[in-house]
Write a protein that binds this ligand. Structure first.
Ligand code: 3HC
Length: 303
């Protein structure tokens, strides 16, 4: 087994064109980061043209916000917007040096997308996954060239969070791993080399904290008491506020993966399951002055 470690940067390939698969929130945040920092063409695809164009429009809107804040000039904003395009056909990735998938967090869906990508991309194109908890090795196992697959895990909000976990599967070759690191650095992120283990490193800690917060809620401690108790620890966000940022469905999915891998260490919270089933955006709602409160819908889900 090769130890993970920071690879020789001389092995990195140049990335002059990027693809993002998916055009949802996370994918749009990734597309914005790539176009802003690398200033290269970025193609987004989704299942239908309406979703793909909505993703492109979201990126354009974020570029306009940066122009509005005076972070970039009007001309630069127009140049960046022209670099972002969308569609449905994976053949649009034919010229890409790197394609990052950010589609639904389900192994079979990801494997299907990757097989479809492999049929159209160049032989030296790196295929990266932004999965938060699935095995990169298993994802790569159906590929003809699994050595070009790497885990590239970003955090919410992508523009602000300084970290990327770069996960090396046993199949990942040195050039692929070095390219992911080089790109991560060009994006202005700190890249950490991690094993291809369930939920890598960060989510094991974050989701453990979140699941313990939910365990307290499951036992009857009110959410405001849980969050207030944790506040003196100095975290940028209390756990039940963080839930809103991550999204309850994503948090539950990672928790279920961790429970499957380490049943003694990660319990699946009944309250979190109810929040997801009820399609609530989280525990807290915020009034117009930004003050958190528990909506009637959420209160009904609490023990
Ligand atoms: N989306 C985009 N940008 C955001 C944002 C959001 N949701 N929230 C804040 N920002 C931006 C603001 O626009 C501002 O940018 P600017 O300086 O360019 O104007 C900057 O962040 C700072 O914002 P604020 O001053 O309003 O807020 P804070 O100083 O309180 O910081 C925070 C906000 C960075 C979100 C901070 O609360 C934080 O670090 N929270 C913890 C986030 C975290 O733990 N993320 C990891 C989640 S786990 C994950 O993503 C993995 C997945 O696999 C589950």
């Amino acid at each position: 087994k090769r130890p993970v470690g920071v690879p020789d940067k001389g092995l990195a390939r140049t990335v002059g064109s990027v693809g993002v698969v998916g055009a949802g929130l996370m994918a749009s945040q990734l597309a914005l980061l790539f176009v802003r920092r690398l200033k290269v063409p970025v193609v987004m695809t989704d299942l239908d043209d309406a979703r793909a164009q909505a993703g492109v429009a979201r990126v354009h809107g974020e570029v306009d916000t940066l122009v509005g804040k005076g972070r970039i000039s009007h001309d630069e904003g127009n140049r960046l917007k022209a670099l972002v395009t969308g569609g449905t056909d994976h053949a649009l990735y034919a010229g890409a040096d790197l394609v990052v998938e950010a589609v639904f967090e389900e192994m079979s869906v990801k494997q299907q997308v990757l097989a479809s990508l492999e049929a159209v991309v160049r032989p030296d194109c790196v295929l990266a996954t932004n999965t938060s908890s699935l095995s990169v090795a298993e994802m790569a196992s159906g590929l003809q060239h699994p050595e070009r697959m790497v885990g590239f895990h970003f955090f919410n909000p992508v523009a602000v969070m300084p970290l990327v976990e770069v996960a090396r599967a046993p199949q990942t070759d040195d050039a692929t791993y070095a390219t992911a690191f080089a790109v991560g650095r060009q994006l202005g992120k700190s890249c950490v080399p991690v094993e291809d283990a369930p939920a890598f490193v960060v989510n094991r800690l974050l989701i453990r904290m979140l699941s313990e917060a939910f365990a307290a809620v499951d036992e009857g401690t009110p959410p405001d008491v849980v969050d207030a108790a944790v506040r003196p620890l100095g975290l940028p966000m209390s756990p039940l506020v963080l839930l809103q940022l991550v999204g309850p469905a994503v948090a539950l999915h990672v928790l279920e993966s961790l429970h499957a891998a380490f049943p003694d260490r990660f319990a699946v919270s009944g309250t979190l399951q109810k929040v997801v089933e009820a399609r609530q955006p989280g525990i807290w709602s915020w009034d117009e002055r930004g003050k958190p409160f528990l909506s009637e819908e959420t209160q009904a889900l609490l023990p």
